[in-house]
Design a binder for this molecule. Structure first.
Ligand SMILES: *Cc1c(COP(=O)(O)O)cnc(C)c1O
Length: 431
């Protein structure tokens, strides 16, 4: 590595040993990073093509207020999403407050009393438990007489084909498939595996709506789930597709009817997509979507870099250092409180915002142990920006994700290693 760069890293607080260790790992990852760049290139072209085809213009960035009738920027953006993700239509709105809201909206609008929802991939993301009513909550699907069935993955991560077949009945109306593992330990699903699952389900009952929780998965592969038979995909704009620029928002993309149902629920029956002012933020949605393929690639490189560093140091990492990737989340099991906290301190210290604060474990509502969180983000809670968190209890696993640029993700991971190194929690000289 050139000496000017080494000096620059040293100025940020890295020691020569950590810099050298990181450089060695990075060198080994060159061929993998090239593949990631090739996917980003493909996805960048897809987004550009969709923007050109839909004649995105400066007028699209005008702000609308009040009812937001005839908001050309909003309507065009939805078509750009639909064309990029290969859906018939899309709902992309700042009025969708987060990923959970988008998923709740998609479910509540496409299910009716007496219907059954099936998850053939095990327990869904934590926040959906209250949406579905697995944990009782006001306004849950359960309260509206929508039942829920679940078939867990097999111990090896495979689909339980017989179990799924047996679980599908007259009432089964919608199947929810979570692409990312979220904070569970199961493997993340590739788009091709999602396709196999959908084909199997539609062979049994063709009119089942197959929904994919696409959070953290957008632009990680060259294909999205709508291309393998999904009826709708759902996600958050403060994750991958917002490209770090969208300050809020969620999307639902897919079959016209599914999207229309969601729009009628978001605003009102009869009004649907016709209302919903975009206020002044639509440009950030466009610009974020434009950047999203490369931002996602940066985050993905960071996840792989961390997996390789910490696996080499003897920690369990999920996914492991060589596995193929279908989302941007990386887990590292430290098995030790101090190491876990040191890691988070390093991520925080590398941030562009709030780098001077020290993350401390604290009791957060909804968790049965203290939680530690590191984030120094431009958009609050944004998890496409570099962040790390985890419950402070066995096995002391940190989940981390994001990084708007590869260089920042790299610095964050090296800084985490620096903190462990300074406290003599790892030995990097012998490796
Ligand atoms: C983040 C996430 C959600 C929920 O999104 P929020 O914006 O945090 O509400 C749902 N499912 C998965 C897989 C996620 O990663």
């Amino acid at each position: 590595m050139n000496q000017h760069l080494v000096n620059q890293y040293k100025q940020l607080g890295l020691s020569e040993e950590v810099i050298a260790f990181g450089a060695k790992i990075e060198e080994e990852l060159k061929p993998r990073f090239e593949k990631i760049d090739a996917i980003a290139e493909m996805n960048q072209l897809k987004v550009l093509h969709a923007m050109q085809k839909n004649r995105v213009s400066a007028e699209c960035f005008n702000q609308s207020s009040g009812y937001g009738y005839n908001d050309m920027g909003r309507d065009t953006l939805e078509q750009v999403y639909a064309d990029t993700f290969k859906g018939e239509d899309a709902l992309v709105r700042p009025q969708i407050t987060c990923g959970t809201h988008a998923l709740a909206l998609a479910l509540m609008s496409n299910l009716r009393p007496g219907d059954e929802l099936l998850s053939p991939v095990g327990k869904p993301y934590d926040t959906l438990e209250e949406v579905i009513g697995i944990r009782p909550s006001k306004g849950s699907l359960a309260e509206y007489g929508i039942t829920y069935a679940q078939v867990d993955l097999l111990p090896d991560g495979g689909f339980n084909w017989d179990g799924i077949k047996n679980a599908i009945n007259d009432k089964t109306r919608l199947v929810t498939i979570q692409r990312s593992k979220g904070y569970a330990t199961r493997p993340t699903l590739s788009v091709d595996r999602i396709g196999e699952l959908i084909t199997f389900i539609k062979n049994i009952k063709p009119d089942i709506i197959c929904m994919v929780d696409n959070c953290y998965g957008e632009f990680v592969e060259e294909k999205e789930p709508l291309e393998v038979g999904a009826d709708m995909i759902v996600g958050s704009l403060i994750k991958n597709p917002g490209g770090g620029l969208a300050p809020i928002g969620g999307y639902i993309c897919g079959k016209k009817e599914c999207v229309e149902n969601a729009a009628y629920r978001l605003t009102s029956p009869g009004l649907g997509k016709e209302v919903g002012a975009s206020l002044g933020i639509i440009q950030s949605f466009y610009q974020g979507f434009f950047l999203a393929p490369t931002v996602t690639a940066g985050a993905l490189k960071g996840a792989i870099f961390a997996a390789n560093i910490y696996e080499k140091l003897g920690y369990k990492v999920v996914p492991n250092s060589t596995e193929s990737r279908h989302d941007i989340i990386q887990a590292v099991e430290f098995g030790d409180r101090d190491a876990m906290c040191a890691f988070c301190e390093g991520i925080q210290a590398a941030a562009p915002v709030d780098s001077y604060v020290t993350p401390e474990p604290w009791a957060m509502p909804g968790y049965d142990s203290d939680v530690i969180m590191a984030a120094g983000a431009f958009v609050q809670g944004s998890s496409i920006e570099l962040s790390a968190d985890g419950p402070v209890k066995e096995p002391y696993a940190v989940y981390f994700q994001g990084g708007l640029t590869w260089y920042h993700a790299k610095l964050g991971i090296l800084m985490s290693l620096q903190k462990l190194y300074e406290r003599k929690l790892v030995n990097i000289e012998e490796i």
